[in-house]
Design a protein around this ligand. Structure first.
Ligand code: PHE
Length: 444
């Protein structure tokens, strides 16, 4: 095998992993999931899922990656030769492809909004008009697809050359700026009249609202947001130097990731309360709420441009990590060069994106299990494939992998190792299993 690259600095490790984790999942998906699943009840369930399942499972993926120093599927061939464990890698590849198919569509919406903001067209007179403009745009057949195509080309330019230092450096600079912008917006939205109602909705848990489907949604969100269950963290872990602490990295990434999600919530919910927008309105939530927020600020277009550019960058660093997992697999398993692999993958993703994008227009009535193609890809990947991947990882690392390898990667037999191992062996598999069971209705 050729010499593998390593992340040079510890900051680089955090930046790259946070770059994958922080994305549309935090800025776009978290607020609408919280809106649809009871606000505070969702938030608290989500935080519990991140701490109890998320951090241990992140560490589990890092352990496999750093020990095997290879891509997601091959890692298991290295660690468990002549077994079928490498099939988990396929889970990751399929889920990544499915996620990219609809993630590109939302990222495309973000680019449209940058474009509209630049032209000064974003702020319609009324909230109703802003919502109407948005649904006109998303139900259009061609325009959203144009942006998907643009994004595929941008991804291609970066990916086909390998993940350049440019992207890493860019995310080093962009991520702190994203935090700063979020903080400024939050400072503004919490002073809006009626903001308290929104904050109460987000932070005050109504425990009676927690049920099987809220827990499933929170768990899916935790997996999605931390990029767990796909083998992305295996791939990244394989680039970590031996002196990087895996638990510390997992904890830092999880905390920063949660912080961005919560800040996005603080940006949205006071504004929905103040402008009388229904927070349960689903995927379009931020695209309708935020222009209303910007409109009331000084220099609205400036803020809109800033916000959507940074959301776009956050999305880009995540799509690149998703692409990498698939590319690494194609190039290594089929001996293909990066360019060729990128083109094949882009074609598959283009087809999925077309179906997702048209789900908001001509295909909106084509449904399976009551969901259109977009909703189905999102639901199926976040709520089924990622947790299933996490489940299998936890079984492998908790019960099959050589215990010495596990503790040597975690810095020896200490309290942290014991806590993580306990979650990976018992809590994670059992709770994922029970949550799945509750889905089938066998168990409530
Ligand atoms: N974690 C990214 C986000 O929150 C999305 C993502 C999911 C990226 C899975 C990679 C893998 O937007």
């Amino acid at each position: 095998m050729s010499e593998r690259a390593l992340f040079v600095t510890k900051i680089g490790v955090i930046a790259a992993t946070v770059g994958s984790a922080v994305g549309l999942g935090n800025i776009w998906r978290f607020p609408y999931m919280a809106g649809e699943n009871g606000g505070g009840a969702f938030l608290i369930t989500y935080v519990c899922c991140v701490i109890i399942l998320g951090i241990p499972l992140m560490c589990a993926e890092f352990i496999v990656g750093r020990k095997a120093r290879s891509n997601a599927s091959r890692a298991f061939k290295v660690l468990a030769p002549k077994s079928k464990w490498h099939i988990i890698g396929y889970f990751g590849i399929i889920s990544s492809t499915l996620i990219l198919g609809y993630y590109m569509v939302i990222a495309g919406w973000v680019v449209e909004y940058i474009f509209q903001a630049l032209r000064g067209n974003l702020m319609a007179e009324s909230a109703t008009q802003i919502a109407a403009n948005f649904s006109d745009f998303t139900s259009d057949t061609w325009r959203p697809l144009l942006w998907v195509l643009t994004l595929l080309i941008i991804n291609y330019l970066i990916i086909s050359k390998g993940v350049t230092k440019g992207i890493e450096k860019a995310s080093n600079i962009m991520m702190p700026i994203l935090f700063l912008i979020l903080l400024i917006f939050c400072g503004y939205t919490i002073t809006l009249p009626g903001a308290g109602e929104g904050l109460k909705y987000l932070f005050y848990p109504d425990f009676s609202k927690i049920n099987g489907s809220v827990i499933l949604a929170a768990m899916g969100q935790a997996f999605f947001s931390l990029s767990i269950g796909l083998g992305i963290l295996i791939t990244y872990g394989s680039y970590f130097k031996d002196n990087v602490s895996l638990p510390k990295t997992g904890l830092t990434v999880a905390l920063l990731d949660m912080l961005v999600a919560v800040l996005a919530g603080v940006m949205i919910f006071p504004a929905t309360a103040s402008f009388g927008i229904n927070p349960t309105q689903g995927p379009e939530l931020i695209f309708v709420t935020l222009p209303n927020v910007f409109k009331h600020m000084i220099m609205p277009d400036f803020w809109a441009i800033m916000f959507f550019i940074f959301a776009g960058v956050a999305a880009l660093t995540s799509t690149i990590s998703l692409f990498e997992v698939i590319i690494a697999y194609f190039t290594e398993e089929f001996n293909m060069n990066r360019k060729r692999a990128s083109i094949i993958i882009m074609a598959i993703i283009a087809v999925l994106s077309i179906l997702s994008s048209l789900s908001f227009g001509v295909l909106s009535d084509v449904k399976l299990f009551g969901m259109n193609f977009f909703e189905l890809s999102d639901y199926f990947s976040a709520n089924i494939l990622l947790p299933a991947g996490g489940f299998l990882f936890s079984i492998y690392i908790g019960w099959v992998m050589n215990r010495k390898d596990v503790y040597s990667e975690l810095g020896g037999v200490n309290a942290i190792y014991k806590a993580i191992l306990f979650s990976i062996r018992y809590i994670a598999p059992i709770s994922i299993f029970l949550i799945f069971l509750s889905l089938t209705g066998i168990f409530k």
